[in-house]
Ligand binder design. Structure first.
Ligand SMILES: [Fe+2]
Ligand SMILES: [Fe+2]
Length: 273
């Protein structure tokens, strides 16, 4: 008999975690799970759809309720480790991330933390979300994949990185393909940093710090206009946006595969390719 707790534990283990990070959790527990409905964004309409389809749990990637929203900024701390890994001093990393966490907290504190969760309770539909664990899996996978692509090729260009990304099934199957946002196809890629599991984008100062620490190209899921413009005017590094839905799908699909091995029937929707 599969429970929501077991589904969560499998995902955490695959991500190398032993407990839920702040942006991940079970909103309403369920037992005897045979059918799962999962998507990138799953809120009240999708919970109703789940009821209609007769599933036993609805699972969202992005957080939709509770502390996962209110304390969302806390997961951004993991960006400090990532920055240190790429050679940025830990003191510098912490101060930059703190500043950005405060901006994010201002926005998340005022959000309606109960909308979709209350719908799940009224419909008695087990409901949970798995955010950063899936993004960790995506990030590690793509970093490893691209490291192989540019290995022993110091003159690899952005077009080669795009080609490498397009070898991955999820990028072949998506409508939102990988694109170069800063730089051109003939620009040298240099050292690649895949940044997909920080909760949200670190902002222009963080990107600049990566370039100053020797990174040539950042591969991420989304880049706001102000960050794109700032990085362009810095004239140091490149940005490739690998595509949001496909990138989120990579980690989720690896978790789903594990559940399916346990005999759970999984229906994917809402952005999962
Ligand atoms: Fe994600
Ligand atoms: Fe996402």
């Amino acid at each position: 008999m599969v429970t929501t707790r077991e589904l969560m534990d499998k995902a955490l283990a695959l991500a190398g975690l032993d407990k839920e990070p702040a942006d991940t959790g079970i909103y309403l527990e369920g037992e005897d799970i045979k059918k799962v409905l999962i998507g990138v964004d799953m809120e009240t309409p999708e919970i109703l759809l789940g009821k209609e389809l007769g599933v036993d749990v609805v699972i969202s990637h992005h957080p939709t309720a509770g502390d996962q929203i209110i304390k969302f900024h806390e997961v951004m701390e993991v960006q400090i480790d990532k920055m240190v890994e790429f050679g940025i001093p830990i003191n510098h990393a912490q101060k930059m991330i703190r500043k950005r966490m405060k901006q994010v907290e201002l926005g998340s504190h005022v959000r309606n933390y109960d909308r979709s969760r209350s719908a799940a309770k009224l419909l008695d539909m087990p409901y949970m979300n798995i955010h950063i664990p899936a993004d960790f899996i995506t990030e590690r996978y793509i970093q490893g994949h691209l490291n192989e692509i540019v290995k022993d090729r110091p003159k690899a260009k952005l077009k080669d990185v795009l080609e490498g990304l397009n070898l991955i099934e999820e990028y072949q199957n998506t409508e939102g393909k990988p694109v170069i946002r800063v730089g051109g196809p003939e620009d040298y890629a240099g050292k690649i940093a895949v940044l997909m599991a920080g909760g949200t984008n670190g902002g222009e100062d963080v990107f600049k710090a990566y370039f100053q620490a020797g990174v040539g190209t950042i591969v991420c899921m989304h880049v706001p206009e102000n960050v794109k413009k700032a990085v362009e005017s810095q004239g140091m590094g490149n940005i490739i946006v690998a595509g949001h839905m496909a990138s989120d799908s990579i980690g989720l699909n690896k978790i789903i595969e594990l559940w399916e091995k346990d005999g759970v029937d999984v229906t994917k929707m809402s952005g999962i390719v």
